[in-house]
Ligand binder design. Structure first.
Ligand code: ATP
Length: 768
């Protein structure tokens, strides 16, 4: 029998939240694939030191690592590895430990080091043999260095991937701090200059600006074209004139002006506080966030990203042949992909050089398309006024905004961004309060409904607000009265309708599309931005609010697990929402390391319960004390008509015969979330603007031609690596499982397997 392959994993460079989940995934997937797992402790330093720094890992050694911040296998800046002698020793240690492949999770520096190591590898082996440190026989099995990169960095600074492991956690910390600061800024009518990390990459500063609706941001890649001092003073003055009581400026630590001169927080403060004539004279404070940005446990997205990328890295290692180019694992929109490491490293270097040489056009072009999109979104949504982008009078549209279904995180951010975009183009955005129910009843004194233009000052404060400020309602237009809806669209002369909501919103557009023959006034373009925690809208793999919900569930589960550690060995059975879609149950299972997840798509059978109960009995039987932290089982509210969370917990308790405990727990509406996650807020802004741009393509008086145009009723969605508008007709007819209110194909079903593998769940009989 061939010896088992030995796969090692290492974390390097600055620590980032999600490194531990990545290591856990690599270790467990390696073992699952029949190989041996190793960890190199303390980054490249461990590789150079060798010996005890390279340790074999078992399945249980990484238990509980999903919820741990930082990196438990340590990281270090290693000077020796910059030089060839250091890399020579590292190569020797790898061969002496018989390591076949190395997975490195780190930032651009660490991956540059990895790339150098790989390119030098043959000459390092030659040298080791030539100077007698190793024999030809020892190096023979290691002719090709099998390396895979995982990008772990809070800066999101590697070209070729939309997100690095840790960047959304850092963004979450920043936004949390900015949200706190806003409250005090508003109370005292103060200005705050907030400095965030990012030497060459302004992703954190930009996204924090988008998510919080900051007044001004400074990033290294895109200095202001004019004098930044004048620009900033103008914007701040205008916002204050509108009545804003707070001023927030976010500056990346590497921000510069168009001449390449560094812009400091101190300089910005001086300008904001300037008391001379014509100065802003604001009471101004500086907050430098520093290391809190790295701190804490990883957010849901980073846990998912780290886990899926760790799994993919092991697969890449096993697929590699001597001809395979060294890859790193990237994500583009929603798709995990392998890409050439060398190219990404080279482009990242070029980007830093472009910033240094003041070639800012090039720097921006080397960032991902989402970055440029978000920059444009930011400019549009904060510098709201009719400027050079305004349309001629005859092309300006009257657009109705409506929220439908349950509230979801990001709904307000979407409305705010779309309103801002409309204003910048000269359109007239109209708020329809409380869904279709409110629309149909707005006449008379029914307090439920009203239809009115947006007040910008009010809307401007919605960037980080949860719930739905214009009110939302589940009622469909068919229930509210299609005729009255059609008449109102006519009465208000709406040129287009922008909907934000979940499956009910999808159903609403479908009803209106089908009623067009009967009511010609419904022949206006309509588009839906999906927003529901259930993430069950056909046409997209992601709905606003689902990320907020996952974060709530992850926090909830972490706390529950911790509570178990203080008591006895315990299994918690947690009931999640999600309707007939098992998305949030499965994803939160992935993020917290559930022992089992029950979802409506699979149902629950007695055989499954039996297999899982036996597995738990086995786990606790062989447990030597590590399992005090408790086990989690997630069950979707509609997974079974009979086996609900309580019954499952009772069955487990009965079968455990006092060897362990079992309890059910139902988080309920907590899952809708309080403050929306930065990811939901940022995506809301980007997608909402795209929606209005799409509606805009139809122009005013579209009645005569939209009826036959399938793209006049659409859903915007993220599908794989793209953002697309899909016609309703197509989705209604081929993509929708109407009785179960979900898409026919669940894009995430493959993730169930990952949850089961990494949770150590045994094979269980699948229901028919
Ligand atoms: P962060 O994004 O947090 O800065 P990073 O991976 O970029 O993370 P660095 O300190 O740049 O952090 O690199 C980590 C380690 O990688 C270094 O201490 C060094 O051992 C190795 N390394 C970095 N650059 C190179 C290089 N050009 N050649 C060889 N090794 C390198």
């Amino acid at each position: 029998m061939a010896p088992k392959k030995k796969i090692a994993v290492m974390t390097s460079g600055g620590d980032s939240p999600g490194m531990n989940p990545a290591v856990r995934a690599v270790v467990r997937m390696t073992i699952h694939m029949g190989c041996e797992a190793y960890c190199v402790y303390e980054g490249y330093e461990g590789l150079v030191q060798g010996g005890d720094f390279i340790r074999k890992m078992g399945w249980d050694d990484v238990r509980g690592w999903l919820s741990e911040g930082g990196t438990l296998i340590g990281t270090a800046r290693c000077m020796a590895f910059y030089e060839r002698p250091g890399r020579l020793t590292a190569a020797k240690n790898m061969i002496l430990s018989n390591i076949d492949a190395l997975i490195i999770c780190g930032g651009d520096g660490s991956l540059t080091g990895a790339d150098k190591f790989r390119s030098e590898w043959p000459s390092l082996l030659e040298e080791l043999v030539a100077n007698g440190e190793l024999t030809a026989a020892q190096v023979k099995p290691h002719q090709h260095l099998n390396i895979v990169g995982l990008v772990g960095s809070i800066d999101n600074d590697l070209t070729g991937t939309d997100a690095t492991i840790g960047c959304y956690s850092a963004l979450a910390r920043i936004c949390e701090m900015v949200d706190y600061i806003e409250a005090t800024a508003s109370s005292h009518s103060r200005a705050f200059v907030i400095e965030v990390m990012g030497r060459h990459c302004g992703w954190l500063a930009l996204m924090a600006g988008v998510a919080t609706g900051a007044d001004f941001v400074f990033i290294p890649e895109r200095p202001r074209e004019h004098d930044w001092k004048e620009d900033m003073a103008d914007v701040v003055r205008r916002h204050r004139k509108l009545g804003k009581r707070k001023t927030i400026v976010i500056v990346a630590e590497g921000a510069r002006d168009k001449n390449g001169t560094k812009i400091t927080a101190e300089e910005i403060k001086k300008l904001l506080a300037d008391k001379s004539e014509g100065g802003l004279a604001l009471d101004t404070r500086i907050t430098t966030l520093g290391h809190v940005q790295r701190g804490g446990t990883a957010v849901a997205y980073d846990r998912m990203l780290a886990t899926l990328q760790g799994v993919e890295a092991v697969k890449a290692v096993l697929d590699a042949t001597p001809e395979t180019e060294t890859p790193f694992i990237a994500i583009n929109e929603n798709k995990i992909v392998r890409k050439p490491l060398m190219q990404a490293v080279a482009e990242t270097k070029k980007l830093a050089e472009a910033v240094d040489s003041k070639d800012f056009e090039k720097a921006m072009s080397l960032r991902d398309s989402e970055f440029e999109d978000q920059w444009n979104s930011y400019i549009l949504t904060t510098n709201v006024m009719m400027g050079d982008k305004v349309l001629p009078e005859q092309d300006r549209m009257k657009i109705g905004f409506i929220n439908v279904g349950a509230p979801a995180g990001g709904m307000n951010a979407a409305v705010r961004a779309a309103v801002a975009y409309c204003v910048s183009r000269g359109h007239e955005p109209i708020a329809i309060h409380n869904g279709f129910a409110g629309f149909s009843r707005h006449h008379g004194d029914d307090p439920l409904g009203s239809v009115r233009p947006f007040d910008w000052l009010e809307v401007d404060g919605w960037a980080s607000k949860g719930g739905s400020e214009i009110g939302t309602n589940r009622e469909l237009p068919g229930e509210s009265g299609m005729e009255s809806i059609a008449n109102l669209i006519e009465e208000y002369r709406l040129d287009a309708l922008f909907l934000v909501g979940g499956f009910e919103a999808f159903h609403s557009i479908s009803q209106m599309r089908k009623a067009r023959d009967q009511y010609p006034s419904l022949c206006i373009p309509m588009t839906l931005l999906p927003a529901t925690i259930s993430n069950n809208v056909p046409g997209t793999e992601y709905s606003l609010g689902s990320d907020t919900c996952l974060n709530e569930l992850v926090n909830y589960c972490d706390k529950i697990k911790q509570s178990a550690s203080a008591t006895r060995r315990r299994v918690f059975v947690i009931e999640t929402q999600g309707g007939r879609s098992g998305y949030i149950a499965t994803l939160s299972g992935l993020d917290v390391g559930a022992s089992a997840v029950y979802i409506p798509e699979e149902g629950i059978s007695l055989e499954m319960l039996n297999a899982d109960v036996n597995h738990l009995k086995n786990v606790f039987k062989h447990d030597k004390g590590q399992s005090r932290a408790g086990r989690l089982i997630l069950v979707n509210e509609k997974a079974s008509k009979v086996y609900n969370a309580k019954l499952i917990a009772d069955i487990i308790r009965e079968e455990a015969h006092d060897r362990f405990e079992s309890r059910e727990s139902i988080p309920g509406h907590v899952q809708q979330g309080g403050v929306p996650s930065p990811m939901d807020r940022c995506r809301a802004v980007r997608l909402a603007i795209k929606c209005i741009q799409h509606l805009e393509t139809f122009g005013t008086n579209a009645h005569n031609h939209v009826k036959k145009d399938p793209s006049s009723t659409t859903v915007i969605g993220i599908q794989g690596s793209e953002v697309v508008f899909t016609p309703m007709k197509e989705l209604e007819e081929t993509g929708t499982d109407w009785p179960n209110r979900r898409p026919k194909v669940a894009h995430w079903m493959g993730l169930s397997e990952v949850v089961n593998i990494l949770g150590g769940r045994p094979d269980y009989p699948k229901p028919e």
